[in-house]
Design a binder for this molecule. Structure first.
Ligand SMILES: NC(=O)c1ccc[n+]([C@@H]2O[C@H](COP(=O)([O-])OP(=O)(O)OC[C@H]3O[C@@H](n4cnc5c(N)ncnc54)[C@H](OP(=O)(O)O)[C@@H]3O)[C@@H](O)[C@H]2O)c1
Length: 340
């Protein structure tokens, strides 16, 4: 007998939340009811499937949820995630709010689902750039041990949310019409027909952006190896959806390009292509890996190109996959579900 779960989607009107709702439908997640939450601005709005947005405020009824999928920014997660947990739900959070907490598992479904066994109500979904990197690199780490990574990301604007997509479109449109581009609101420089060599924000006194720090920290937590060296430059490019990454991986044991190709051809969630592109990867759940080749400057290093849809595998797909594992392994805390 299948069970029906009561699911809250917090941030349901955003680019990740919208994808989350699509995926719950697409993957036939066993939900008997889905309640979309957003700000008061969006309250009452009807979404696809006849769902009506509820405001997440003091009047919101948080009781009776088995699962809450959060993608509404770190501040909202800090304010609200623990309240859902206290009310009995298991929370899968897309923001950076809890990823560094040693008590909170940080999980990529193909890589470390075992970490879910120790959750205490809260599970963190990794940063989108780190997510796709982990799917591509975990098989290599298991086989040959990763000593050091050098990564340059080419991150799409949807990684910053729906307002950033509008900013790219508006600037590109103005430029193509030959009129002045509107001043940037989201990024420090125009993003249309440009490349910004520092994606994310700088904390006081830090010469790395928070996006770069996330990849450095999260890689080690997910691969459970604090000795891995990570050098990363996060870059924003005028692409709507999908992050790309130029990756150089130095292993402890020798691994040929051919062996890496064989490993990745058999890896869950990976598709090998000659030269993956964002336009081909958009709308897909897999991580696309190409250009695997020996780094001629080092005896134990390989270079490759990794592309994936940041809204799907980088965020919503992994969150829903985590929820599926929680259901399969009977790891949801609440028992509000009814027989369907
Ligand atoms: N975009 C990505 O590729 C990606 C990948 C991984 C993780 N994430 C994380 O996912 C989260 C959402 O990102 P996004 O790109 O989907 O952003 P977005 O398009 O700007 O959407 C933000 C969503 O959060 C809601 N929201 C904001 N403040 C809220 C509050 N106080 N209470 C309730 N709802 C609130 C918004 O509601 P309104 O529409 O009512 O304003 C909207 O539904 C962020 O934490 C981000 O770091 C994003």
């Amino acid at each position: 007998m299948s069970r029906g779960l009561r699911v809250a989607v917090v941030g349901a009107t955003g680019v990740v939340g919208t994808t989350m709702l699509e995926l719950l439908r697409e993957r036939k997640f066993p939900a008997r009811e889905i309640v979309p939450f957003a700000t008061e601005r969006s309250a009452g709005r009807e979404l696809e499937g006849g769902l009506r947005v509820e405001a997440l405020n003091g009047g919101a009824d948080l009781s009776g949820f088995d699962l809450a999928l959060f993608s509404a920014g770190a501040g909202t997660s800090r304010d609200w995630a623990s309240r859902f947990v206290e009310a009995g739900a298991t929370v899968v959070d897309n923001s950076s709010a809890f990823r560094r907490d040693p008590e909170v598992p940080l999980v990529v479904s193909e890589v470390n689902p075992h970490a879910l066994e120790r959750h205490q109500g809260l599970i963190a979904n990794p940063n989108c750039s780190t997510m796709q990197l982990m799917v591509a690199l975990a098989p290599i780490h298991r086989k040959a041990g990763i000593e050091r990574l050098i990564v340059a990301t080419y991150q799409s604007v949807s990684g910053t949310g729906k307002k950033a997509i509008d900013e790219l479109d508006t600037q590109a449109d103005a430029s193509l019409r030959g009129t002045a581009m509107p001043a940037p609101q989201i990024y420090p420089e125009p993003i249309a027909f440009n490349v910004i060599g520092a994606a994310g924000n700088f904390a006081d006194g830090d010469d790395h952006t928070d996006e770069e720090r996330k990849m450095m920290f999260e890689t080690r937590k997910i691969l459970e190896d604090e000795s891995i060296g990570v050098a990363v430059t996060c870059v924003r490019v005028p692409v709507r959806v999908c992050h790309s990454e130029a990756v150089n991986v130095q292993t402890r044991d020798p691994l040929s390009a051919e062996e890496a190709r064989e490993l990745l051809a058999a890896a869950p969630g990976v598709i090998l292509e000659d030269v993956p592109t964002p336009l081909r990867a958009e709308g897909r759940d897999e991580v696309f890996v190409g250009r695997i080749r020996r780094d001629e400057s080092h005896p134990r290093a390989l270079s490759m190109w990794v592309v994936s849809d940041n809204l799907r595998k980088g965020a919503a797909t992994n969150a829903v996959q985590i929820a599926e594992v929680l259901v399969e392994r009977d790891l949801l805390r609440a028992r509000h579900s009814v027989a369907a």
